[in-house]
Design a protein around this ligand. Structure first.
Ligand code: SF4
Length: 242
């Protein structure tokens, strides 16, 4: 049996790149200053591949870049009019499927969905708004859960565990009824830090930490007031070039 190669050679947008076998395309691209938009993906966390926004073309075929490991000879395209339109349509679907009223949302300015909408210059979604009737759950002492804003990315499920390794969050129900829930048993082990981390990891305003506090960061100082989403990655590329 041959020894596994230490590096594989791929091209991303015609740029030849070396990567370690098993690395995910999105991570390799990020490292080289190529921004692939993501929503469910969180750096360093096992990917879920649920939102599909990070779809790229691998040897001409659409694949999610957060779940596809690199392999020798891959030719990857991260940008094309079709890919951009596909991503825009997914973002638009997320907006109409839930109730995202940005001006009234505490996550506004720090929300990844909103920041992506700005990046893709979405003014009016092409799909009709669904205006679903969903619950706001304020029964937990540290967190407020607003199902109207949840994009079902599973970031909370994948990142927040109690000391014994039990997940604090889970999905319940199916299809249109699918929603995030806090495990009634393990949820009792949720510490202040876990609640804060869950709210931070949530890309939208579906989990809000510390009831009674709100809108504490003034407009102008919020994350995406300072720079648009993806610009930190793209800046890296410009620095390399200059
Ligand atoms: S609550 Fe937030 S982190 Fe959890 S699934 Fe919904 S959007 Fe994702």
């Amino acid at each position: 049996m041959g020894k596994e190669k230490e590096y594989v050679t791929i091209t991303i947008d015609d740029q030849e790149i070396q990567a370690r076998p098993g690395e995910f395309i999105v991570d390799v691209a990020r490292r080289h200053g190529i921004y692939i938009p993501v929503l469910c993906n969180l750096k360093g966390v096992k990917p879920a591949g649920s939102c599909r926004i990070c779809t790229v073309l691998v040897n001409g075929r659409p694949m999610t870049s957060c779940t596809t490991p690199v392999a020798d000879g891959m030719e990857i395209t991260t940008r094309s009019p079709e890919l951009e339109d596909f991503r825009r349509s997914v973002i638009e679907i997320l907006f109409v499927e839930g109730n995202h009223f940005c001006p009234a949302c505490e996550k506004s300015g720090n929300c990844e969905l909103q920041a992506l909408a700005y990046r893709f210059e979405i003014m009016v979604p092409r799909y009709p708004y669904q205006f679903p009737h969903r619950e706001i759950d304020a029964s937990w002492p540290l967190l407020l859960k607003d199902h109207n804003r949840c994009v079902l990315c599973k970031r909370c499920i994948r990142t927040i565990f109690d000391k014994e390794g039990h997940p604090i969050f889970a999905f319940r129900n199916r299809g249109h009824e699918l929603e995030i829930t806090i495990d009634p048993e393990y949820g009792k082990n949720m510490t202040d830090e876990m609640a804060r981390q869950a709210a931070e990891n949530c890309p939208v305003g579906a989990l809000l930490y510390r009831k009674k506090h709100g809108f504490e960061i003034p407009i102008g100082k919020r994350k995406y007031d300072k720079e648009p989403i993806g610009s930190d990655v793209e800046k890296r590329k410009k620095e390399k070039v200059s």
